[in-house]
Design a protein around this ligand. Structure first.
Ligand SMILES: [Zn+2]
Length: 186
C-alpha cells in the first residue's frame, strides 16, 4: 500500500472507531435545495463551503477543473439533471474562482506533457482521427467571468432543464473567500 493510502486508511479506522461520523449525519436530499458546481482546486476544499455558509447535507457539490460544463450530455450536466429531478434541487450556483489553473489551459500543452509521460503520438492521432474533440476536452478559459456566464447559460438553456430552476454564476477569491455575483437568475 502507498504511504498516503495507509495514512488515510489508518485515519479512517480512528474516525470510525471514535464515532466522529455522527457529526455528519444527514440524508441525501440537500437541506437548502441547492447544487453547486465548483472547481476541484485544493484551496476550495474547506474554504468554499465555509465562505458560503454551507454545512454537510446543505448542497449537492459537483467539482471539476474550472467549474465547467464541457459537454451538454456529459457527467456534470447529468449530475445536475439528477439533482433537479431526483434530489429536490431548485437552485444551481456555478462558483468559479480567480487564479484558476484552467485559465489559459490549452489542449496542446497537455498533449505535449502526455508525450513526455510516455503516451505515443500515434495514440493521440488515433484519438483525434476517431472524431474525439481533444480541444474541447482539455481546453480551459481565458476570462473567468466569461466562462461563468457561458456555463450558467449552458445549464439554464439545456433542453432538459426546467425553466423554474434558478441558475446563478459567481466567482470566489481563492484566499479571502470573497464572492462576486456575476450573474443572478431573478
Ligand atoms: Zn480552478
Amino acid at each position: 500500500m502507498s504511504n498516503l493510502l495507509s495514512e488515510i486508511i489508518e485515519h479512517n479506522h480512528q474516525f470510525v472507531i471514535s464515532g466522529s461520523y455522527s457529526n455528519f449525519f444527514t440524508d441525501k436530499y440537500p437541506n437548502r435545495n441547492l447544487a453547486i458546481l465548483s472547481c476541484m482546486d485544493a484551496r476550495m476544499t474547506e474554504l468554499l463551503p465555509n465562505a458560503m455558509g454551507i454545512k454537510n447535507g446543505d448542497a449537492k457539490l459537483i467539482k471539476n477543473a474550472g467549474a465547467l460544463v464541457l459537454h451538454p450530455w456529459g457527467s456534470v450536466m447529468s449530475s445536475l439533471l439528477i439533482a433537479v429531478y431526483e434530489l429536490h434541487v431548485y437552485e444551481i450556483m456555478v462558483v468559479a474562482h480567480h487564479d484558476c489553473g484552467a485559465k489559459g489551459m490549452k489542449a496542446e500543452k497537455i498533449l505535449e506533457k502526455a508525450l513526455e509521460n510516455g503516451i505515443k503520438q500515434e495514440t493521440i492521432d488515433v484519438i483525434k482521427n476517431s472524431g474525439i474533440d481533444l480541444d474541447t476536452c482539455l481546453e480551459g478559459f481565458d476570462s473567468v467571468e466569461d466562462s461563468v456566464i457561458h456555463t450558467t447559460n449552458m445549464i439554464k438553456n439545456h433542453p432538459l432543464m426546467p425553466n423554474h430552476i434558478k441558475v446563478h454564476g459567481l466567482v470566489i477569491h481563492p484566499s479571502t473567500g470573497q464572492l462576486t455575483v456575476i450573474k443572478e437568475d431573478l
